[in-house]
Unconditional design. Structure first.
Lengths: 366, 240
């Protein structure tokens, strides 16, 4: 038997469900790539940037919970470290790239150091204890951010300026009259530059994660998730691999935290550290599908669109059903959280392995 | 005994509050298949797991070639060249057959010539190369577990009851495979199926109640029915 015949042995048929997932993700990717030209209002730009950032945040969390079976509540802590690092430097030194690089870099390094410490100290204990340790660490960080108000702005957080390149007044390109150049009726100003800064950073980090899970390391992580002892018995140091992926996920979360700080020009506990974000991340991973990475894209889009637009949709629906008894009351926009809950239950019921996870299993040849 | 690849010297192992191994002393000579026989619960599996470091010996020494592996972490023991095929096969069901095989290769690559020989021994491995391992039948899973253990040349393979629950035809095929594997590797085999053990084993040790109660040549045990009855009584009669 030769290598040629090995590679020629039964070729893997790509199941239809998997193709559907890739098509959906590609469509979302294209929408995000051209978002400034497709959706021109200010809110849409905010939603699109948030989606980009959360895709990275959720996918990096999936590396832990989905790929390796590590339950951590400290993911927003790493995200916050990056964000606060960049934000504090931008506030102290003014809006320059050096502030972003040095401050953000310091935040990322702090995240890495903390991840190594938490990982080495506690990844050898049972999952539940590890989860508790991360919960405690995240709580301490939240208290610190609110107590050290001279530096962090306390509960209110603080605002600062981003580099001039990202200010709406900045002209990326000028026309003959010295006015900002417009493409498809969209002014090519600093806001567009800021969005593409977010989009491209997210894209690079996302591709990096896809590369990691496709590498031999990804296979080892899956093996560890399935059975630690078996992985050890064939020669893999489980604690080393777990610590490594915990650090990688922390660094990615901190890096996207830096991006978030630059985009928002505001950093505070609510947008960078709070447990609300952690819960959002968990919901998005579950809705998208754990252990798929691409599921993050779908989970984040579904949740974000629901969070931002469900109210609007219900308002329209309530008006449309104005003549019918009871329905307008049920569809009152104030009840949007109820419907979000219903939506979540339906998603979990019909897609038990998450949207991407369930679709990918459909039609797969066993 | 000279030329021993693995030596256990007065090994005591506890599992929780239970004292399972009461001073196992065993020499496994280099080359061929050596069988560990014994009743259910005698301590055969515990012996293998203690060698792999999956249970820790409380007392005694385990020496593999010149390495004292008594307190060595499991991954390091595996990297010394000891493969372990547990009773439940120990494959990763969520991964493909190929990924399972690749995991066991220290370089992440396959030696084509070797892989060809593995495919010849176990055609199912080639047939289901890209399938998920959870979809394999029991016999195929067992073949994958053994194929994985020989993806590279190992010094010693510990195999726990490979024939358990398998059809006689598959067991016969496995005898041939084991003979071939034993030409380059030492195998320490835990087995309850005496017919299978007898057709393969060179040396044999019998464990009872956490102690070695007999060791010697398989041929001698196979021809001495009185000894068989004394050592293995019920379990042997069942299989004959």
């Amino acid at each position: 038997m030769t290598a040629a015949s090995i590679s020629a042995t039964p070729t893997r048929r790509v199941p239809a469900g998997r193709l559907a997932v890739y098509a959906i993700v590609l469509a979302i990717g294209l929408c995000l790539a051209f978002a400034p030209f497709l959706f021109t209002d200010v809110r849409a730009a905010e939603v699109a940037a948030r989606i980009c950032i959360f895709i990275v945040l959720v996918a990096s969390y999936d590396l832990l919970i989905g790929y390796t079976g590590i339950v951590s509540f400290a993911h927003t802590m790493f995200f916050g470290l990056g964000a606060y690092g960049a934000a504090i430097a931008l506030k102290a030194w003014g809006p320059g790239w050096d502030a972003i690089l040095l401050g953000g870099g310091a935040g990322v390094v702090a995240a890495l150091v903390l991840a190594v410490l938490i990982g080495l100290l506690s990844l050898r204990v049972k999952a539940i204890f590890f989860a508790m340790v991360t919960l405690a660490a995240a709580s301490v960080m939240l208290v610190l951010a609110s107590q050290l108000s001279d530096i962090t702005g306390g509960e209110d957080g603080f605002t600062y300026q981003a580099p001039r390149l990202f200010s709406p007044a900045f002209k990326l390109f000028e026309d003959a009259d010295g006015k900002v150049l417009r493409l498809f009726d969209v002014a090519l100003n600093g806001k567009v530059a800021a969005y593409y800064f977010v989009f491209l950073s997210s894209l690079v980090l996302f591709l990096l994660m896809l590369r990691i899970v496709a590498s031999p390391m990804g296979t080892v992580l899956e093996a560890i998730r399935e059975n630690e002892m078996r992985a050890e018995a064939i020669g893999y140091k489980v604690v080393a691999y777990r610590t490594a992926i915990f650090c990688i996920a922390a660094v990615i979360a901190a890096t996207i935290g830096v991006v978030r700080a630059v985009w928002l020009k505001y950093t505070g506990p609510e947008v960078a550290l709070s447990f609300h974000i952690m819960i959002d991340i968990l919901l998005m991973v579950v809705i998208g599908g754990m252990g798929t990475i691409v599921g993050a894209v779908i989970g984040v889009v579904v949740m974000s669109l629901a969070q931002f637009y469900l109210k609007d949709l219900m308002e329209v629906a309530a008006e449309a059903t104005a003549g019918i008894p009871l329905l307008p009351d049920l569809l009152n926009p104030d009840r949007w959280l109820l419907w979000l809950g219903v939506l979540f239950i339906l998603l979990v019921y019909f897609f038990p392995a998450g949207i991407a996870g369930t679709l990918m299993n459909k039609g797969s040849a066993r | 005994m000279s030329g021993a690849i693995l030596r256990l010297d007065d090994v005591h192992t506890d599992i929780g509050q239970y004292h399972i191994l009461h001073g196992i002393s065993l020499n496994v000579p280099e080359g061929g298949v050596h069988v560990l026989l014994g009743r259910n619960g005698a301590g055969k599996t515990t012996t293998l797991r203690t060698v792999m470091g999956l249970w820790r010996a409380r007392k005694g020494a385990i020496v593999f070639r010149h390495h004292d592996i008594t307190a060595m972490p499991t991954p390091d023991i595996a990297r010394l060249g000891i493969a372990y095929v547990p009773e439940n096969m120990g494959i990763f069901g969520g991964l493909t057959v190929e990924e399972n095989m690749r995991l066991a290769s220290t370089t992440g690559r396959f030696d084509d010539e070797r892989l060809g020989r593995i495919f010849a021994l176990f055609p199912a491995i080639e047939k289901f190369w890209t399938s998920q391992a959870s979809g394999l039948s029991g016999g195929q899973k067992q073949m994958l577990a053994i194929a994985r253990a020989i993806v590279e040349r190992r010094e010693l393979i510990l195999i726990d009851e490979p024939t358990k629950g398998l059809a006689p035809a598959i067991i016969r095929a496995m005898i041939g495979a084991f003979r071939e594997i034993a030409t380059e590797t030492t195998i320490l085999l835990v087995e309850q199926n005496f017919l299978f053990a007898r057709s393969l084993g060179r040396g044999v040790a019998v464990i009872d109640d956490g102690r070695i109660v007999h060791h010697g040549d398989m041929a001698a045990l196979a021809s001495d029915e009185a000894l068989q009855t004394r050592l293995l009584s019920l379990s042997l009669a069942e299989h004959q």
